[in-house]
Design a protein around this ligand. Structure first.
Ligand SMILES: [Zn+2]
Ligand SMILES: [Zn+2]
Length: 259
């Protein structure tokens, strides 16, 4: 089996209209979608964005009868310190193959909000990683730490700045990720659309140094034309770091795919 995209959104996410069929048409591999679960979402008027699990499950069951490949269920949990009980209740009511864990907002603003462009860059970076570290201690019931750089996507941060402002926090974050068995995601949207490839070049060795062995690649597609974008470049970056396998998940069970 070849590696396949493990960060994909459809219309079950608040910010996507993508259809399953448009992804399925592009691959013979299993398809997994990872829909947003975001309680009190600042990017959506503080709404509780939660996929309709029964509709999602039924849609996948219907498609599975029509398509040869396996269609797997996934979720992207957006951490919210005030809503952890709600997150746990929601997750307990469904069965997933794959859970991504994401840090998207500070309670008031999504980190892609232009609000952050007007703040002191160093403070934003320090706050983001301090909050991520505290969040990870609080909640880590997931398979993959998604886009570790989400909070600095819209900022121009160099690896040297990241190291100076948040190096110790990042080391502690990756120590915890390894302790909790979380994979490191190469988010190709962050790396190429948001030009954070240098930050991944900095972070991958830190995760490896912490003892991390599990890597995933995700396009973070919200439209079908972004599906599996830049995967060759992401694989090349892993190879430069001596990594030769990727991890895929079924029923949260990790297995290794050589590439
Ligand atoms: Zn995300
Ligand atoms: Zn996503």
């Amino acid at each position: 089996m070849a590696y396949y995209d493990q960060h994909v959104h459809t219309y079950f996410s608040f910010d996507s209209d993508a259809q399953f069929e448009d992804y399925l048409a592009q691959t013979q591999q299993p398809l997994v979608t990872t829909e947003h679960l975001e309680f009190g979402n600042p990017d959506d008027g503080q709404r509780d964005d939660q996929p309709d699990y029964h509709a999602y499950k039924n849609r996948i069951a219907a498609l599975s009868a029509q398509y040869p490949q396996d269609i797997l269920r996934g979720i992207e949990v957006g951490y919210n310190p005030n809503r952890v009980a709600d997150i746990r209740t929601y997750l307990a009511a469904g069965d997933y193959d794959l859970t991504l864990l994401s840090f998207h907002h500070n309670g008031r603003f999504d980190y892609q909000d232009h609000y952050f462009l007007e703040q002191d860059k160093q403070t934003v970076v320090q706050d983001y990683y301090r909050d991520m570290l505290a969040g990870l201690r609080d909640f880590h019931d997931a398979d993959v730490l998604a886009h570790f750089d989400y909070g600095v996507r819209i900022l121009e941060v160099t690896p040297d700045e990241l190291a100076a402002w948040a190096g110790p926090e990042l080391r502690a974050i990756f120590d915890l990720a390894v302790q909790y068995g979380l994979a490191f995601e190469l988010n190709t949207k962050s790396m190429f659309r948001w030009e954070n490839l240098p930050l991944y070049e900095y972070a991958i060795p830190l995760y490896l140094a912490a003892g991390g062995t599990r890597f995933t690649i995700g396009s973070d597609a919200h439209r079908s034309d972004a599906f599996q974008n830049h995967f060759d470049e992401a694989k090349a970056l892993l190879k430069r770091n001596g990594v030769t396998s990727l991890t895929v998940y079924r029923k949260h069970e990790a297995s290794s795919v050589t590439f």
